[in-house]
Design a protein around this ligand. Structure first.
Ligand code: HGY
Ligand code: MN
Ligand code: MN
Length: 409
């Protein structure tokens, strides 16, 4: 077996090379050519460190070390390989890199584990190419709906076509396998927020992950000449979008913390300065630990849209919900165990909820889970400026590795 002496940072830098060079930072979208190269790299790396390397029918990479107990399930660890557009080099992939390095070190120090361990590089979590999230972890727990195959990305390519190309590129080199059912799942991730840095804590132990809903709102109006169409005659979808977003913003601020409301994407057509638009399309992302608040806000979106359509003849507002995940609480026993490990390693820690979504919240539907954070400098994420110090990356690995040892050896 070739010796692989990679630090976490070196592995992160290698994987960050698999990106669309036309963009800032890292852009690696589900099934694109950079995604294929990154998954291939991880499959080869798994082989080099003595793991059984394969991938499943949605392109999750599965690196397995069978335990001496020969069980039919596995201690499962990992995170996602895909990124948002213009991302940093840590989101998701830090969890995959740390899992690989922790297992490499445990095998060198203690040999084969009692329990089987499987590392997953989940194919997709972000929802940054197709309007769908958590593809990889939903496939792991057999909750992947069939209707995703007809989804199309911004270029018009279907999920089905993109997946077929990516799987074809992998299957000629590596075996198609299925993951084992998870008996436990653990993920380590950058915090992507300012809390740990502000509190000067080294490790975040996540107690719960917020509920999250995402929508695409499509507003159709009547495109016309910007100069000759009087204001009272217009059915302007962009102005109506602004009106709806403003009304929602006022209510969102009234709901207050920890509720968050984001409009991150917007597309106008035909998008010309002297043309009243025909269509305005935008995203809505809402999150809260209390699912009732989210439901209240969701119903408000529909209600306000309906009123706007009643007030302006010819206006059409369509609302498509494509993410709806509930609040998930991490396993109490694991939270205790992680606190004990931090105390033993003399690392400061903070118990906290996660405002970011993670594969942990999906796997938590069928198995006990643990989620660890390391600090993000200035709380920045989903940006090329995303940064975590080497020291904190390594401290996270120390805790994560001990936790896996305690579960599997
Ligand atoms: O959007 C999120 O919460 C995560 O980064 N996918
Ligand atoms: Mn992310
Ligand atoms: Mn992530």
């Amino acid at each position: 077996m070739k010796t692989v002496n990679l630090t976490i940072n070196q592995l992160l830098d290698q994987i960050a090379q698999f990106t669309d060079p036309e963009t800032e930072g890292v852009t690696r979208l589900l099934y694109d050519e950079h995604w294929i190269e990154a998954q291939k790299f991880l499959l080869e790396l798994g082989q080099m460190i003595g793991l059984d390397s394969g991938f499943d029918q949605v392109g999750n990479v599965i690196l397995t070390k069978f335990g001496t107990a020969n069980d039919e399930s596995a201690i499962t660890i990992g995170s996602h390989i895909d990124s948002v557009v213009n991302a940093g080099k840590y989101d998701g992939i830090y969890g995959v890199a740390t899992a690989i390095i922790a297992i490499k070190e445990l095998l060198a120090e203690y040999g084969a584990p009692k329990k089987t361990i499987q590392i997953l590089s989940f194919c997709e979590e972000e929802g940054s190419r197709f309007p769908f999230t958590f593809t990889g972890s939903k496939n792991l727990i057999n909750q992947l709906p069939d209707d995703i195959y007809q989804l199309v990305d911004k270029t018009g390519e279907s999920f089905e076509e993109a997946q077929a190309k990516a799987i074809y590129a992998l299957k000629n080199i590596f075996p198609l396998v299925s993951a084992l059912p998870p008996t436990a799942y653990a993920e380590i991730h950058i915090e992507q927020g300012p809390v740990l840095e502000r509190l000067n804590k080294e490790i975040g132990i996540v107690t719960a992950i917020v509920a999250q809903k995402r929508f695409t709102v499509t507003i159709n109006g009547k495109n016309n000449h910007a100069g000759t169409t009087p204001m009272w005659l217009r059915v302007d979808p962009l102005k109506q979008a602004v009106k709806l977003i403003h009304q929602l913003e006022v209510i969102a601020l009234k709901i207050g913390e920890p509720f968050v409301f984001t409009v991150g994407e917007m597309a106008i057509s035909p998008n010309a300065s002297n043309v009243i638009p025909e269509q305005a399309k935008f995203s809505i992302d809402i999150r809260h630990t209390d699912e009732k608040e989210l439901l209240f806000f969701e119903e408000l979106i529909y209600k306000l849209a309906k009123t706007q359509m009643q007030e302006l003849a010819g206006l059409e507002i369509k609302i498509d919900k494509w993410t709806d995940v509930g609040t998930e609480e991490m396993n109490e026993t694991y939270i205790e165990a992680l606190q004990a490990i931090c105390k033993e390693k003399q690392l400061s820690f903070h118990l906290m909820p996660s405002g970011a979504g993670h594969d942990t919240q999906i796997v938590n539907r069928i198995a006990p889970t643990a989620l660890l954070f390391v600090p993000s400098v200035d709380g920045i994420s989903h940006s090329p400026q995303e940064f975590t110090t080497t020291e904190n990356l390594e401290k996270g690995k120390t805790v994560f590795k001990q936790f896996i040892y305690d579960l599997a050896y």
